[in-house]
Write a protein that binds this ligand. Structure first.
Ligand SMILES: Nc1ncnc2c1ncn2[C@@H]1O[C@H](COP(=O)(O)OP(=O)(O)OP(=O)(O)O)[C@@H](O)[C@H]1O
Length: 485
């Protein structure tokens, strides 16, 4: 079997030779071109496992070649060589469809790492997706929005370009990131998801970059950080807007240099990690407000993937419900009774698919024989957008589903009004239902904090000593919503 063939396009004879020798030593076949014209002629004649081009060539820009290869040689990854410090060029090339980049002066170790990962893309091993997974997507939904999203993910999985996933809470950002990883040539390596909002600021550097034994009190053993753990794979920076500014500087450096230094270490170590970030916040706004560094935003936001909220793709409800019920029921049976889909359609799902999962799980607990009826849904009446006038509801249930019978003790679950406090217990008294009692206590405290802060969730979370994300989950779990403006 012949070796994979690489095309090197560079007008600097010295660099061309260095690249050629390095690639030959890796057991690869190499063609070289000094101009765009020669490169085009080579591309006509041969199939390449990778094209590596300089950005500035005597007869044009490497970027032109990136666009041509991305359009006409879709299965050939193309990487660019950019001048050191010209982050802009790298980002422009990635946006134009480049698979990856290396900076000048070329560090051979980085080059080898990049080439290996390109080769995995152009000739996936059995069991590897390499950009064209035949596995069914985990992102369920047949709506045009979901079809478009899946197609976009298929394309994005083939490059190293950082992706910023945006979307409301529960809309599937983490799932989309996992899907990108699963469809990429990195599938055999780890996918590491980090909730940036849940790590105490003092521990961040150690968590991200690791530490050497004895680096600080308590560092009894050397430990890897998230970057080392994700080496060769994908690192999801979830809730990236929650990163404190000092950490943003360090992260930017790690992403730019592709090197990290453990706390207490003298040397940096190279890391080959694809970065995906996710947030439910408007990151551009955070930049305007000075909460997020512009340069990091620019680095992370090379390609944006926007997840639509569930209420904008209600046509996906039937397949989603079917998949969720199948998972919930296991060997048992679970189905939707008459009118249930209409009731769900009329709901706005502020918590998106995660909320749908919770609603169905709770409903199934109340359902008779696994058949969920409208009244089992206990959707928050206030959130039910105009319920359809005609519902194919068989029995007497009301148009808007009733409040939940068990876990929501007060009738206004989504209001900002303080809830009824959990009844005080005597020293020997026990609650008749512990989970329900604890929910009541938790709801009371969370509402108290929210009311004290005029529903400013960041402040409320800080009053309660939990992360914003934890607060969001708790609010969702307890059906607490900000009052409608
Ligand atoms: N299109 C989808 N198909 C199937 N399941 C989905 C889909 N979208 C989301 N889910 C499910 O909904 C739940 C929430 O998804 P996920 O954690 O990816 O959301 P998220 O946007 O990252 O949420 P958060 O912003 O709160 O972190 C998960 O259980 C996930 O499996």
């Amino acid at each position: 079997m012949s070796s994979p063939r690489i095309l090197v396009v560079d007008d600097e004879a010295d660099l061309r030779e260095l690249l050629e020798i390095t690639l030959l030593k890796m057991g690869l076949d190499v063609d070289t071109s000094a101009t765009l014209r020669e490169a085009r002629a080579n591309l006509e004649r041969n199939d390449y496992a990778l094209v590596l081009t300089d950005m500035r060539l005597p007869d044009g820009l490497g970027l032109e070649l990136v666009r041509e290869v991305a359009a006409s040689h879709k299965s050939t990854p193309i990487a660019v060589i950019t001048a050191f410090g010209s982050a802009e060029n790298a980002v422009v090339a990635l946006k134009a469809g480049a698979f990856d980049y290396v900076t000048k002066p070329v560090v051979l170790e980085d080059l080898r790492m990049m080439v290996q990962s390109a080769l995995r893309v152009s000739s996936p091993q059995p069991g590897q997706a390499g950009g064209g997974s035949s596995e069914p997507s985990r992102l369920i939904g047949d709506s045009p929005a979901m079809q478009g999203l899946r197609a976009q993910i298929g394309r994005l999985a083939r490059s190293m370009a950082p992706i910023a996933i945006t979307g409301e809470s529960g809309s599937g950002k983490e799932l989309a990131a996992r899907e990108i990883h699963a469809q990429s040539s990195r599938i055999a390596k780890p996918f590491v998801a980090v909730n940036c909002g849940a790590i105490p600021e003092t521990l961040m550097e150690a968590e991200f970059f690791g530490y050497r034994k004895g680096a600080f009190t308590g560092a009894a053993e050397e430990r890897d950080g998230f970057f080392q753990a994700a080496n060769g794979g994908t690192l999801l920076l979830d809730e990236v807007a929650d990163l404190p500014l000092p950490m943003q500087v360090k992260l930017l450096r790690a992403i730019q240099e592709r090197r990290v230094r453990k706390i207490g270490a003298t040397a940096e170590e190279p890391v080959d990690v694809r970065i995906i970030s996710a947030t439910h916040q408007d990151l551009a706004r955070c930049v305007e407000q000075g909460k997020f560094r512009q340069d990091l935003f620019y680095r992370l936001n090379v390609i944006e993937l926007a997840l639509p909220p569930l209420r904008e793709r209600l046509d996906d409800l039937p397949v989603l419900c079917e998949a969720i019920l199948a998972k919930l029921a296991g060997q048992g049976k679970a189905s939707l009774g008459p009118g249930v889909l209409d009731a769900l359609r009329a709901y706005s799902f502020p918590g998106n698919v995660r909320e749908l999962e919770n609603v169905l799980e709770r409903a199934l607990a109340f359902a008779n024989d696994g058949v969920i009826e409208v009244q089992d849904l206990s959707l928050k009446a206030a959130r039910v957008a105009e319920a359809p006038a005609v519902q194919e509801v068989a029995a007497p249930p009301p148009v808007a589903p009733e409040p939940q019978p068990v876990s929501a003790p007060e009738a206004v679950p989504s209001s900002a009004a303080p809830s009824n406090a959990a009844p005080a217990l005597g020293p020997d008294e026990l609650p008749s239902n512990l989970p329900e009692y604890l929910n009541q206590v938790e709801r009371d405290i969370v509402l108290r904090a929210l009311n004290q802060t005029q529903f400013n969730r960041t402040q409320a979370a800080s009053l309660l000593g939990i992360s914003l994300r934890q607060l969001r989950y708790t609010m969702q779990k307890l059906d607490i919503h900000a009052p409608e403006p």
